[in-house]
Design a protein around this ligand. Structure first.
Ligand code: HEC
Ligand code: HEC
Ligand code: HEC
Ligand code: HEC
Ligand code: HEC
Length: 300
């Protein structure tokens, strides 16, 4: 059989599966399709895929409450966390002092760094590894609500969920990463290595967040966002006057416009090439091919 034909057959048999495992270049492999909805991404913490072909959830069930709803791990329609300026926020946010990028002491930093703002604290509430991914204020259903959950995780409360898991795991080495790390023995069984998603509370090795974006832009280092509104400035690439999910934005929650996690990432996923296409890797608002994401802000 000619090699080309053999390759074509091999691709037909294995290619599609291979694509869904490693679709995004530098992205972590995944069994989710990463299209259309947050439901098909890793931010669907119910871990069940319609139509099969994805994670079956059986291994996962003992490690986090399966609320059978997707948004609830992050949002609630009522009883939301009013301490944080984030949309109807439902996940526990502990009071934490983070080590910030300026403490690294690079001599070239020109802007002011503060503690992470609300649009970083939301992400860090899972990604700093201090709180279980299923630690919410308002579980689905009536009465399963505890306002103290806004700032602290109570396993006793989380255990009132009718089919509560035995462990409420967080993104840290002893918990979710006990399986989701190289060498744990589960990576071969389909559990991706999540080590890189465990950001921790030391942000000195991360792109600065809580850092001021110099608006009005002076000097020759930064591009000027063409929309500056109360609370948000953004690079309005389609000119519709709204901060669309595929536009890089800066948040002002009272200390001037800042770069935060959600400046670059949309936790719901953003199509790479129009509706129905695979999302940009790692929940980026715009593809970073050719460093387009970086060059939106930086003139380099
Ligand atoms: C006992 C080992 C174990 C623990 C602990 C564990 N997982 Fe998993 N996880 C797996 C395995 C094995 C798979 C792949 C098979 C499956 O999906 O059931 C998986 C799959 C996943 C997936 C889907 C990966 C993808 O993109 O295809 C996510 C997301 C996930 N786990 C998140 C978590 C989170 C969050 C925690 C902590 C709350 C956690 N896991 C704890 C073993 C584990
Ligand atoms: C993993 C956490 C997470 C999940 C799951 C999630 N969201 Fe969000 N959502 C966020 C964060 C963080 C923000 C604020 C960031 C921003 O400015 O886009 C947000 C913002 C929003 C907003 C307001 C801003 C916008 O983009 O329109 C809406 C509406 C929203 N989410 C709806 C939903 C719905 C509906 C679901 C479930 C289908 C969902 N979200 C699932 C984290 C999440
Ligand atoms: C409710 C908990 C939770 C919140 C809130 C949350 N995440 Fe996640 N995130 C997870 C889990 C669990 C994973 C799966 C671990 C992994 O794939 O690395 C994940 C994965 C990711 C990944 C890796 C995706 C990939 O394809 O490689 C990125 C990037 C990410 N999150 C960014 C964010 C950002 C930015 C925010 C805030 C806007 C956020 N997350 C909020 C739980 C959360
Ligand atoms: C200035 C833009 C920017 C900001 C701000 C930012 N990220 Fe990212 N993030 C990226 C890019 C670009 C990648 C993809 C890196 C790669 O492919 O290796 C990424 C990757 C990730 C990943 C996947 C793991 C990895 O390193 O590939 C996670 C998880 C993540 N970011 C979470 C966060 C969280 C949480 C915050 C806030 C504390 C944040 N990011 C702030 C640009 C940003
Ligand atoms: C949303 C706007 C924005 C995006 C997107 C962005 N940056 Fe930044 N970045 C900033 C700001 C503001 C600073 C602070 C610069 C200063 O203080 O002089 C900064 C700081 C930095 C620094 C540290 C500078 C120092 O002196 O220590 C580096 C390096 C950097 N960014 C690289 C990148 C890369 C690489 C990307 C793409 C992955 C990126 N940035 C994306 C706004 C952004």
């Amino acid at each position: 059989m000619p090699n080309a034909r053999l390759l074509a057959i091999l691709f037909a048999v294995f290619g599609a599966a291979y694509f869904t495992m490693v679709y995004g270049g530098g992205d972590l492999g995944t069994k989710f399709s990463y299209r259309d909805s947050v439901a098909n991404t890793r931010h669907n913490l119910t871990q069940r895929q319609p139509g099969g072909g994805g994670p079956n959830g059986v291994i996962m069930d003992p490690y986090r409450n399966n609320y059978n709803e997707i948004c609830v791990y992050c949002h609630t329609p009522h009883g939301a966390n009013a301490n944080v300026k984030a949309p109807l926020w439902n996940h526990t946010i502990k009071t934490t002092t983070y080590q910030t990028y300026n403490q690294l002491g690079t001599s070239t930093l020109t802007q002011t760094v503060s503690q992470p703002g609300p649009n970083s604290l939301t992400c860090l509430s899972c990604h700093d590894g201090q709180v279980a991914v299923d630690s919410v204020i308002n579980m689905p259903g009536s009465g399963l609500y505890d306002p103290n959950q806004a700032t602290s995780q109570s396993d006793a409360f989380l255990n009132t969920w009718p089919s509560a898991s035995s462990v409420h795991g967080g993104l840290n080495p002893g918990q979710c990463l006990a399986c989701h790390s190289a060498g744990a023995g589960f990576v071969g069984a389909g559990a991706p290595d999540f080590t890189v998603a465990f950001i921790g509370t030391d942000l000195r090795n991360d792109h600065p967040v809580g850092i001021t974006y110099p608006i009005p832009v002076t000097g020759k280092d930064f591009n000027d966002p063409n929309q500056k509104k109360v609370g948000i400035a953004f690079f309005d690439t389609n000119g519709n006057g709204r901060a669309d999910n595929n536009e890089i934005r800066l948040y002002d929650t009272g200390q001037g416009y800042k770069v935060e996690c959600a400046s670059c990432h949309d936790p719901h996923g953003v199509p790479s090439a129009g509706p129905g296409s695979v999302f940009n890797p790692t929940f980026l608002r715009v593809s970073n091919a050719g460093s387009a994401l970086c060059l939106t802000c930086h003139i380099k």
